[in-house]
Structure formats: structure tokens, C-alpha cells
Design a protein around this ligand. Structure first.
Ligand code: TXA
Ligand code: MG
Length: 341
């Protein structure tokens, strides 16, 4: 299959052909503010099957349904007051809400669950595509299953070219990490995946917010998970990644020594670059600029693949604010390998 790549960076390009592809049951990858999504018609079983096949994703791992307006949730789910509170505060934006599903959504999209994940993205490309097609769009991240999520059209081309109909290049993803996922349970929110909407932001809207255990801890194989995605292996680079936990000076000292004695890749903060050797050194951003680090993380993980090395060392992020999302993605990439220094 020939994959067409079109640009939608100025918001003016017509998306009518992309919308036609979706209406015919084809697949279109598109920019969102979080990461690129691999979209198909959420009401079409075959489109869902094609998404799972293109990504090589297990079919019991459900897809997020993208809608144009928060009220569109009524067509696909049983909403409540808390949903609309969240919608008023955070939609459109990087939040996904899990609600009991209506029969309009095929069970292949929700991996057989009786709930559905809904997200109303803010990126102009995503919004234009949903509106132009007149469809709810089922879209996981547009990477091969087990690879870092794509934050640019180039990442999508690298993973999915030849496997899908079209890629809409809407520029680099602004946030760079996948949406925050919350499940509404009565009047309580359970955060299943941290992202651009932080715990503190959620706590301003709902008094009772809980962070699911699997967000920060490794699950025992027998443990029950609320979100099927939590049980699958996430991106782990072919070179093992180790996260360094300790005072800044200790971490730098460890990194310097490792550069002397090991064939290692170092992922460092901008402030430390001058103290380290340039060879196999990747800068993730300024230490206190979590937004920039989030934006670059997946590109950095992809970049590690271009070096021949035995081991990768990076800082263990702090869990405050957006740091929780960085922590969550990095401990998975490191298969929970943390070294105290
Ligand atoms: O930012 C994002 O959310 C991106 C963009 C494209 O919107 N999408 C994304 O999709 O990250 P994906 O498929 O890579 O991750 C969706 C996660 C999976 O871990 C899945 O298990 C979980 O959401 N999920 C989906 N439906 C669910 C449900 N009904 N209950 C619990 N977890 C669900
Ligand atoms: Mg994904």
C-alpha cells in the first residue's frame, strides 16, 4: 500500500480526501497535541481490526474514541455530572475519560470492555478531521506496538509507511506525551495514565482523585489491571535503560565515571552538558522545564537507537506535576530498573 503524506501545518489544507478515506473504512494517521494518532472510523468493526493489524497490537487493548465536542459523548457513553465538570475544565485538551459504553460503539473498539475511552483533542488537525469526516475517530498512538509514541510525522512514516492510507503532518506534537486517562467511578476519579493534565489540576475539579497503583509501580503478573494497556510491555529500548536516583552531584559523578568505563548513552539535562563528554550524549531539556522534557522524551528514546551502546543512563524524574507522566513513561521504558547513587 502506498501511504500518502499531506501537510496541514497552516490549517488551510483541505482534509476532504482524508475524511473520505475514513468514511470508506481506511486508516489515517494525524497530528494531535499529545502524540500522533492512527485513526479509523470508530463505528466500523473492520476499521478497528485494521488498526490493530497495522500496529501489531493485541485486540484486547481498547482504543480511545476521539470526538469533536464534549457533548458528542452522549452518543457513545452514559455521562454524568463529573464528566461535564471535567469537560468544562479540560476539553478540548489532553484528557481521556472512561465511561460506561452505549451499544453504538462496537466491542472490537473497546476490546470487549463495557466501558469506552473518550477524548476531545484540541489540535486543529485532529479537530478538522473529526469534523470533516462527521465520524468519531478511534485512534491509538500511531506507532508500531511496543515502540515509542510518535511526536512527529517522520516518526509515523518510520513506523507505519506502507501499512496505512494517509499521514497528515500537523507539525510536532506540543505536549509530546499521551493524554491523561481517568476513569469515573461514582464521584471518584482514578488516574490510570498521567499526562498533560496533572494530578493537581484534576484535584481542583474533583475532591476525590486516586492514582492507580500501576502508574508508578510494577504490577505482579497476577494482578488485576483497570486499564488493559497497563499490562502490556511498553517501549523498552534494545539497549537496557537504567534510571539514576540520587542527589544531582552523585548522578553527575556516576554519569562521568560511566562515560570513562562503559559503552553508554547518557540522557542528561541541558545544565549538565558542559560537564559531560559529547560522545553518545543526548540532551532532554532543562532540569526544571518539564514541558520541554515531555515534548522531547519519545524523540530522545528513538534517538538512542542510532547509537551502538551497552547501556543507557538517565535521571529518575521527580513525580511532581508533569514529572509524574515523565516518571511513568521512563520507568516502563527502563522495565523498572532504578539504581540508587
Ligand atoms: O493522547 C492520547 O491519548 C493518544 C492520542 C492519539 O489521542 N492516544 C493514545 O492511545 O495514547 P493508546 O491506544 O496508545 O493508549 C490508550 C490507552 C491504552 O493503554 C488502553 O488500554 C487504555 O487507553 N484504554 C482505552 N480504553 C479503555 C477502557 N475502556 N478502559 C480502560 N483503559 C482503556
Ligand atoms: Mg500507545
Amino acid at each position: 500500500m502506498q501511504t500518502q503524506v499531506i501537510k496541514h501545518t497552516n490549517g488551510k489544507t483541505s482534509l476532504s480526501e482524508a475524511a473520505d478515506i475514513l468514511r470508506r473504512g481506511g486508516l489515517v494517521a494525524f497530528a494531535t497535541e499529545t502524540v500522533y494518532g492512527l485513526g479509523g472510523n470508530a463505528l466500523n468493526e473492520d476499521a478497528a481490526k485494521k488498526i490493530y493489524a497495522a500496529k501489531g497490537r493485541p485486540s484486547d487493548n481498547p482504543l480511545i474514541v476521539h470526538i469533536a465536542e464534549p457533548e458528542d459523548a452522549e452518543k457513545y457513553a452514559y455521562t454524568n455530572e463529573l464528566y461535564y465538570k471535567l469537560a468544562r475544565a479540560f476539553m478540548p485538551g489532553p484528557l481521556t475519560v472512561i465511561l460506561p459504553k452505549k451499544n453504538t460503539v462496537p466491542s472490537s473498539v473497546t476490546g470487549g470492555l463495557d466501558t469506552v475511552a473518550l477524548r476531545c483533542p484540541s489540535h486543529p488537525t485532529a479537530r478538522a478531521l473529526i469534523k470533516e469526516s462527521g465520524l468519531p475517530i478511534a485512534a491509538p498512538s500511531a506507532n508500531i506496538s511496543g515502540r515509542p509514541s510518535p511526536t512527529s510525522a517522520e516518526h509515523v512514516v518510520a513506523d507505519l509507511s506502507g501499512k496505512i492510507d494517509m499521514i497528515i503532518d500537523g507539525g510536532e506534537s506540543e505536549i509530546g506525551l499521551e493524554s491523561t486517562i481517568v476513569k469515573i467511578e461514582d464521584n471518584k476519579l482514578v488516574m490510570l495514565r498521567p499526562g498533560g493534565i496533572t494530578f493537581d489540576a484534576l484535584a481542583c475539579v474533583c475532591e476525590n482523585v486516586e492514582i492507580a497503583y500501576a502508574v508508578t509501580e510494577a504490577l505482579a503478573p497476577s494482578e488485576r489491571v483497570i486499564s488493559p494497556g497497563m499490562k502490556y510491555r511498553h517501549y523498552s529500548p534494545s539497549t537496557p535503560l537504567v534510571l539514576l536516583d540520587g542527589e544531582r552531584e552523585n548522578v553527575i559523578a556516576f554519569m562521568k565515571k560511566a562515560q570513562e568505563n562503559e559503552k553508554c548513552i547518557i540522557i542528561s539535562y541541558t545544565e549538565e552538558v558542559s560537564e559531560l563528554k559529547k560522545d553518545r550524549l543526548i540532551e532532554i531539556g532543562s532540569e526544571n522545564d518539564l514541558d520541554s522534557q515531555a515534548k522531547r522524551l519519545f524523540a530522545v528514546l528513538r534517538e538512542t537507537e542510532s547509537y551502538d551502546a551497552d547501556i543507557i543512563y538517565a535521571h529518575l524524574p521527580k513525580k511532581d506535576g508533569l514529572g509524574l507522566a515523565l516518571y511513568n513513561r521512563l520507568i516502563r521504558a527502563a522495565a523498572h530498573t532504578i539504581k540508587k547513587v
